[in-house]
Design a protein around this ligand. Structure first.
Ligand SMILES: Cc1ncc(COP(=O)(O)O)c(C=O)c1O
Length: 397
């Protein structure tokens, strides 16, 4: 399919038949959000042709054909209509998109599937990346299913379950005594020296592109319709941009009229994008401190694009505390039966914070991006496992 890459900062265009990373024209300024993230632009005639197609699938919007989906079934995650929560909040059109139901347990599988497709198309056998956890386990899972070698640089402090997943899937896992930024830099040096495709988030533009399938699925699950508002947890801003891009492509194809308002939810301890949205200054924060490890980002790799899209869809940024995230995580479990990791619970906490702003007739989707089992340590403080008793009824009563 015909497509090209365009720099979201300076507009430089690059051909789609090459593997491209950041824009070569954009210089980075220390302390500011990264510049030069590329977006994927389709041939407008191709997009327009989708309007009259009897059935439009997510794959129709992707730049590479996804690898064997029977061997590696990514996406088609449930859109839950949470009965108790709907009643509790008087919101009959509230939905939870449970992307923890992906093969490795997070939305990151969508991006890994597209990068795997890119690797197979270009006959590359190795994918290299740095990750705080989920992107790594997602890529390792794709590699295991599709026969790609995965080399993963990860801060040694990443949650154990995410590291264990990556090792179990057979990736070469290299824990770094340092930060995610150190791992990021090292992974790029490694790719430059030894080859392979680099899948770092936002650095490889297909990480944004792959995530947009979640929006196209929501469109189908709502009967070829869009929600009015979507709550999305935000760290680097790649998921946010992917969600926007999915609806933007549907709009460009003439299949929807309006892009929903997308709310970016951050932790108060990791609020670089929320701050930049308020101040207009694209500045990294000194240190990200939140228990929601997947959204702990001081210098967001896709902050500029996320903010541009936030303005374009009349969305907004909401901040929640770690305590609110923890309460939201427990509430979601108890009231809807969905167990998510803290980063995903942040989206629910953001909804709780903003719900009074929302017209009750609106269609609201809360995007739950990862499974709770990925970080059991995070819930240990919030619950008490009852003490064991003797196996007789007197002890139970
Ligand atoms: C479960 C989960 N939720 C949310 C995010 C935040 O996504 P982004 O960094 O693209 O903003 C991540 C990223 O790692 C994640 O793994």
């Amino acid at each position: 399919m015909k497509f090209y890459y365009r720099c979201t900062d300076c507009g430089t265009e690059y051909p789609g038949d090459q593997i491209r990373y950041l824009c070569a024209q954009c210089e980075q300024v220390a302390g500011e959000f990264q510049k030069g993230v590329l977006e994927t632009v389709f041939d407008p005639e191709y997009l327009a042709s989708l309007k009259t197609k009897p059935t439009v699938k997510s794959e129709d919007f992707l730049v590479y054909r996804l690898p064997n989906s029977a061997a590696y079934p990514v996406g088609n995650t449930p859109l839950i209509a949470p009965e108790k929560l709907r009643r509790q909040f008087g919101l009959p059109n509230l939905f939870l998109k449970n992307d923890g139901a992906n093969p490795s347990g997070s939305l990151k599988d969508r991006a890994s599937a597209l990068v795997a497709a890119q690797a197979l198309y270009h006959n590359e056998k190795t994918v290299v990346l740095a990750s705080t956890g989920n992107a790594g386990s997602a890529m390792a899972c794709a590699g295991a299913a599709l026969g790609l070698k995965v080399i993963l640089f990860v801060p040694a402090t990443a949650p154990k379950a995410k590291l264990m997943q990556s090792v179990l899937y057979g990736a070469t896992v290299i824990p770094i005594r340092g930060t995610y930024d150190d791992a990021f830099k090292l992974s790029i040096e490694y790719t430059q020296k030894f080859g392979g495709i680099n899948r770092n988030t936002a650095y490889n533009p297909l990480t944004i592109e792959g995530k947009k399938t979640v929006s196209i699925e929501i469109f189908h699950q709502l009967g070829r319709n869009t929600p009015d508002v979507i709550f999305v947890p935000v760290g680097d801003g790649v998921i946010y941009a992917g969600v926007y891009k999915g609806f933007a492509d549907l709009k460009a194809a003439g299949l929807i009229e309006k892009i929903p308002q997308i709310v970016g939810v951050q932790s108060t301890g990791s609020n670089a994008i929320a701050r930049a949205f308020q101040t207009g200054k694209m500045l990294a924060i000194k240190k990200a401190t939140t228990t929601a490890d997947s959204i702990a980002v001081a210098s967001p790799a896709n902050g500029r694009m996320a903010i541009k899209f936030m303005r374009a869809c009349q969305g907004w940024a909401t901040e929640v505390s770690d305590a609110e995230i923890s309460q939201a995580q427990v509430q979601l479990c108890k009231e809807s039966g969905v167990f998510v990791e803290p980063a995903a619970a942040a989206a629910w906490a953001g909804f709780l914070k903003d719900r009074n702003k929302l017209d009750p007739s609106r269609k609201i989707v809360v995007l739950l991006t990862g499974l709770g089992f990925k970080d059991l340590a995070a819930v240990e403080k919030a619950i008490v496992i009852p003490k064991a008793v003797e196996p007789d009824l007197d002890a139970v009563n």
